[in-house]
Design a protein around this ligand. Structure first.
Ligand code: BLA
Length: 762
């Protein structure tokens, strides 16, 4: 019969430390022995080399056999019914007696095998724990303690009392899995480890994974000699056999960890996992300074402590978190209230204490419209402004939450005094406007148990890893960091920012509306004033002008021989100037009236208006012997007196700007047109217009004046021959605007001019 061992002989080195397969060492600790049975046949396939020390049968006598090799038929029957229950209950292990020694067998499945771990009861008794007492104590802790720290201390004390270890620690992980001793119960003569920190490298990831699956492990004697697991070497078909000991209690531990504990001077350990949300929250770590085997039931008692503490962690942490979040919520709703009450929240309330306490910040700053609104303890303005620009450039969409700003805003460590940690949100993307909550730097001294940077050292052989040898306190001073932001604080800051953004947007709209309203009011008043001013000034001006004209006429009419021709000429000029002035005033008055007067529309036959105008101008027409050709005009909804004015102005121009020696002919035409009929004119599409044109054969004008001609005081022919104020066509344009129509001009110098009106049809 060939027998081989399945000891894993991989050497751990710098490159594979995290991958050391600690679950398949192929060996166990010697305080018990292990059998691996084939699931189906129940034949012994694996046996630890130390079986003879317990049952006087060497592996050779057991491998390939049934348990009846050492159990009576009766005990074997009991075993069979035990394993039929499917769930293996470690609180009721399989117990058998051999030569008056009771053995405790914990059984669990592993792949295709059943693993039996067999330990004798150290003193031969079962030693059942007093669960009633234990439970009563737990309940009293629950009632007595409010905070997690206190509870941990109680658990540490109680665990030491039950188990008798020299030192019991509650060891808590931080997010990076560095650990800290947060509670400790110890033999009086020992130095305290309380408050010490241990780097994450002390417990590698695969070990942590394993401790989630298997919450309890024991090293009974750190100086133990690992016992190999043996199996039959059957024709080599399964040459690389291994047995997964993840859930085993006897599993041999990693040699690196053994070395670690030896360096620490520890003789035996018990470690219990504390889980939260399927993650390792911490450990109950027990040290003994000499070998120590903890009996099965006492282990279970200690495990119960672990479960109890685990069940309370969430409750206590939630209670603490709840207390904080109640305060945060209160401040948040206070701040939101202020926001809703004050239209100018930023100016009025930026120094509200609630704005700080909603995130438990030491300072806050709102940067809005290039102004800093500061609250609490904050950095100087010339530091804040560049900070806001930096944040807006990099975090305007995502925001930023950090307890170590210098990590992202490097080279600004000086800011840490007041802004080591920040929560930032933009208020308007694309601008530097934003809000920050700040936390001051908290300089922290960490008591590392040995220098964490030297947690791993290469030993003499070069590659082989070694845990550090010195656990002497190594103090690290952590700077530039603030206390971390809690979830509730981060979320309160987010909620408040969102409301502030809405508030600002609303303010902007409101401001805009206000500004428009004010502008409108101002415009209306200005218009009124203008109309008034026009009216007053024109009336006030007209009066003295009339007087000048009357006096001038009197002087001229008198035929006074004493008056020299020169004086007469001067008076004549004066009268002419006064007349011109009067015309100008008249036109200005009309122009301003055209815009400001109430616009009363009436359906009118334009032929009637045209006839009236022609009648009015008959003297001038006759004087020039002008011919007016007209076609029937439509009936339209118009402001009658304005269309009258329009026709007067157009016809007056046609009669005025005539060519010498040529009979003036004025053609008035009317038709319906749309944008397609008038390619040169930008009429709105899909609308029909009444197109009425006044064409003359007068002096015309240069094409370049075509558009300018409708501006105020545009005189095309500024000479005595063609007197005018330059307002007439501006009035025409305004009238057409009032009718939502258009006026265009077309001309050839020396050929004539055509003015076309477009009145909307229907
Ligand atoms: C395992 N390391 C462990 C365990 C603890 C620690 C508690 C669990 C195993 C056990 O039950 O003892 C660390 N123990 C501590 C710490 C304290 C303590 C911090 O009592 C503080 C008071 N360890 C190293 C280095 C490596 C390493 C450098 O220091 C490797 C790179 C490895 N630690 C290591 C391994 C295990 C381990 C592989 C798993 C041991 C096993 O379960 O096989």
């Amino acid at each position: 019969m060939n027998i081989k061992n399945i000891v894993n002989r991989d050497i751990v080195n710098l490159t594979n430390c995290e991958h050391e397969p600690i679950h398949i060492p192929g060996s166990i600790q010697p305080h018990g022995f292990l059998l691996g049975l084939d699931n189906d046949s129940l034949l012994i396939e694996f046996c630890s080399a130390n079986s003879a020390a317990f049952i006087k049968l060497a592996p050779e006598a057991l491998l390939g056999k049934h348990l009846t090799a050492f159990l009576s038929e009766e005990a074997f029957g009991a075993f069979r019914s035990y394993i039929k229950t499917d769930t293996f209950d470690s609180s009721r292990p399989f117990v058998f007696t051999l030569d008056d020694i009771s053995f405790n067998t914990t059984i669990h499945p592993s792949g295709n095998h059943l693993i039996l771990e067999i330990e004798p009861f150290p003193d031969g008794t079962l030693n059942l724990p007093n669960l009633y007492n234990q439970t009563r104590k737990f309940v009293s802790y629950m009632e007595k303690t409010t905070y997690l720290g206190e509870l941990c201390q109680n658990i540490a004390d109680e665990t030491r009392q039950i188990t008798g270890y020299d030192r019991v620690m509650i060891y808590k992980f931080d997010p990076e899995y560095n650990g800290e001793v947060i509670a400790e119960s110890r033999r009086q003569d020992l130095d305290s480890f309380s408050g010490q920190k241990y780097p994450h490298t002390d417990i590698p990831a695969q070990a942590r994974e394993l401790y989630i699956k298997n919450p309890l492990r024991m090293i009974a004697d750190i100086n133990y000699e690992p016992v190999p697991l043996l199996t039959l070497d059957n024709t080599g078909e399964k040459s690389n056999k291994s047995l997964d000991l993840s859930l085993s209690i006897l599993r041999s531990v990693s040699p690196i960890h053994v070395e670690y504990l030896k360096n620490m001077g520890v003789g035996a350990t018990l470690t219990i996992s504390l889980l939260q949300n399927q993650k390792l929250w911490g450990l109950i770590a027990c040290h003994h300074y000499s070998p120590k085997i903890l009996p099965h039931y006492t282990r279970l008692s200690a495990l119960l402590h672990g479960h109890f503490l685990t069940s309370q962690i969430a409750v206590r942490e939630t209670a603490e978190e709840f207390e904080v979040s109640q305060g945060v919520e209160k401040s948040l709703s206070e701040s939101l209230e202020l926001l809703h009450q004050h239209e100018d929240f930023i100016e009025a309330c930026h120094q509200s204490p609630a704005l700080l306490t909603l995130a438990n910040a030491s300072g806050s700053v709102i940067f809005y419209n290039n102004k800093l609104y500061k609250n609490g303890e904050v950095p100087a303005d010339d530091e804040l402004i560049p900070l806001f620009s930096f944040l807006a450039a990099n975090y305007s969409t995502s925001g930023l939450v950090t307890n170590e700003l210098t990590k992202t805003y490097t080279e600004h460590a000086n800011l840490s005094k007041f802004a080591a940690g920040i929560i930032y949100h933009s208020l308007a993307p694309g601008t530097p406007d934003g809000i920050v909550w700040l936390r001051k730097e908290r300089i922290e001294t960490i008591n590392w148990a040995g220098n964490p940077k030297k947690a791993v050292i290469e030993n003499a052989e070069g590659l082989r890893l070694s845990p550090r040898k010195s656990f002497e306190l190594w103090m690290e001073v952590v700077k530039y960091k603030s206390v971390s932001w809690r979830k509730t604080e981060i979320s309160a800051a987010g909620t408040f920012t969102y409301s502030l953004q809405k508030h600002i947007n609303f303010r902007v709209i409101l401001d805009q509306e206000n500004r428009n309203r004010i502008l409108n009011d101002e415009l209306r008043t200005a218009n009124k004033e203008l109309a008034n001013l026009n009216w007053i000034s024109t009336h006030d001006l007209k009066e003295p002008l009339r007087k000048i004209q009357i006096f001038a006429s009197k002087v001229l009419d008198r035929e006074d021989p004493d008056l020299s021709a020169m004086v007469k000429d001067s008076v004549e000029r004066m009268r002419f100037a006064a007349e011109k002035m009067q015309m100008l005033i008249e036109d200005i008055l009309t122009y301003s009236k055209t815009g400001n007067m109430e616009k009363v529309f009436k359906t009118m036959d334009l032929n009637i208006i045209l006839s009236n105008v022609l009648e009015e101008l008959s003297i001038n027409i006759e004087e020039k012997q002008a011919i007016v050709n007209r076609v029937p005009l439509p009936e339209l909804n118009v402001i009658p007196f304005q269309v009258h004015q329009l026709f007067v102005n157009l016809l007056t121009n046609a009669i005025k700007f005539t060519r010498e020696g040529i009979t003036p002919v004025i053609d008035i035409r009317s038709t319906i047109a749309d944008s397609e009929d008038t390619p040169g004119i930008m009429l709105p599409r899909d609308r029909k217009y009444h197109q009425i044109s006044f064409a003359d054969n007068g002096i015309g004008f240069e094409k370049e004046y075509q558009n300018r001609i409708f501006g105020v005081f545009q005189r095309l022919h500024p000479s005595h021959k063609y007197p005018g104020t330059g307002i007439g066509l501006a009035i025409c344009k305004k009238i057409m605007d009032n009718h939502r129509g258009f006026i265009t001009a077309d001309a050839e110098p020396g050929q004539g001019a055509t003015f076309t009106l477009f009145f909307p049809a229907g």
